[in-house]
Design a protein around this ligand. Structure first.
Ligand SMILES: C[S@@+](CC[C@H](N)C(=O)[O-])C[C@H]1O[C@@H](n2cnc3c(N)ncnc32)[C@H](O)[C@@H]1O
Length: 379
């Protein structure tokens, strides 16, 4: 994945993609299918390709359209496709060496316009999978910029970049699903829920942070009428059923956890705060209690995203991420992916960049530049 490949501007309307970053072409479905069927009636490759060239000319320039394939607006039975991808699909047909191959691609083209095929955990139309290039499938994320649009102010020291919940929601939820973030902090996950039409609950221990997060999330437009709430509670012990009962739901479809990375940032003085755990062992036990508390409420076959980094202590690398991963695996989850995500120098360390480099050279260690997004599936 290249820098900033995770784009923010594409939104999903059911399974329809709004092409804000790309040039769309609005086509009349019925006409298009007629033309594709007509092309498909050719049993020789050359005449078939000639008709594809003609169709390509129409798609490339609407002035060549004498058949009424292209609509100016989206009234009637139309579909909006990404022009670059449609042209590349037509080119693929032109490059076919056999009539069978060409017809195979033609069928794919027709299915992509006529049908919708999604899996059970998201709204991605697999028949038009090429259009979803904002969704990353690589395990290495190198992002050079956080999304600071709208309510994403990035004020909270220790928050995650909005691109993380954005990707998780697109990949692992459908519109209208329920998401629970057990350490919601400044509300980043909920802001993304509002943008993408997912309902969300966030739990946060620190009352001051809850107050500020509530204000922030409220300032984000709620055009999908998303239901959401931020609850001030300890995620180890909060009664989850009493939170979700009032929404008439029994379970949620995505669980997100971004716990403190032990004591790297001390978030509060509350004894229930994971960043106040006296030892690593205690931190892991507290984390395990949170997983136990929420797990019964995650729907079977759905995903749990854990965002965590490691830490140094007394000259030793402490693999917090892997310790936490182990806790989750001990509870019977299936590990689906470990994503390594870069992070830039944190605010605290920015001014001390040189000093850290010197310390690293002296101490024989490497400066942290990454954290993990670990993905588990409930069996
Ligand atoms: C790493 S931050 C999460 C930041 C969040 N992802 C965001 O974007 O703002 C961890 C949060 O967990 C909260 N926390 C710590 N222990 C908790 C507990 N037992 N229950 C609920 N929240 C807790 C902290 O107050 C802190 O806000």
């Amino acid at each position: 994945m290249k820098n900033n490949d995770i784009k923010k501007s594409t939104l999903f309307e059911d399974t329809e993609v709004l092409h804000s970053n790309y040039i769309p072409v609005i086509i009349n479905k019925e006409k298009f299918i007629q033309i594709v069927d007509d092309i498909n009636n050719n049993n020789d490759l050359n005449p078939l390709k000639l008709k594809i060239v003609n169709l390509k000319n129409i798609i490339s320039n609407h002035k060549n359209d004498r058949e009424g394939i292209i609509n100016i607006d989206s009234n009637g039975d139309t579909i909006s496709l990404r022009k670059d991808i449609l042209i590349s699909d037509l080119n693929q047909i032109l490059e076919s060496r056999s009539i069978n191959r060409a017809k195979y691609y033609l069928k794919r083209l027709k299915d992509g316009v006529q049908k919708i095929k999604t899996n059970s955990v998201n709204d991605i139309n697999l028949l038009r999978w090429k259009e979803y290039d904002e969704i990353t499938t690589d395990s290495l994320w190198v992002l050079d910029r956080r999304d600071t649009s709208g309510a994403h102010l990035g004020w909270y020291w220790g928050n995650f970049i909005p691109q993380i919940p954005h990707q998780m929601l697109l990949r692992y939820t459908k519109k209208g699903d329920w998401v629970l973030d057990a350490f919601v902090g400044s509300g980043t996950t909920l802001i993304e829920c509002l943008r993408l039409g997912r309902n969300g609950i966030g739990v946060e221990l620190n009352p001051d942070v809850v107050k500020k997060a509530k204000e922030l999330v409220k300032s984000e437009p709620n055009r999908f009428n998303v239901k959401y709430n931020i609850i001030k509670a300890d995620s180890r012990t909060v009664k989850v059923d009493s939170i979700i009962d009032k929404y008439g739901i029994k379970q949620f479809q995505l669980l997100i956890m971004h716990p403190p990375y032990h004591d790297i940032i001390k978030f509060s003085t509350d004894k229930g705060d994971l960043s106040r755990a006296d030892t690593i062992g205690e931190f892991i036990r507290m984390f395990g209690d949170v997983v136990d508390n929420y797990s019964p409420f995650l729907e079977k076959g759905r995903y749990f995203a854990l965002v965590i980094g490691d830490k140094y202590s007394k000259g030793e690398w402490i693999p917090l991420g892997f310790y936490c991963m182990n806790e989750v695996l001990l509870r019977g989850y299936l590990l689906k992916s470990i994503i390594v995500k870069n992070f830039d120098v944190t605010r605290g360390k920015r001014n001390q960049k040189e000093l850290w480099r010197y310390r690293a050279l002296v101490g024989g260690f490497y400066i942290f530049k990454h954290e993990y997004v670990m993905l588990f599936k409930k069996k």
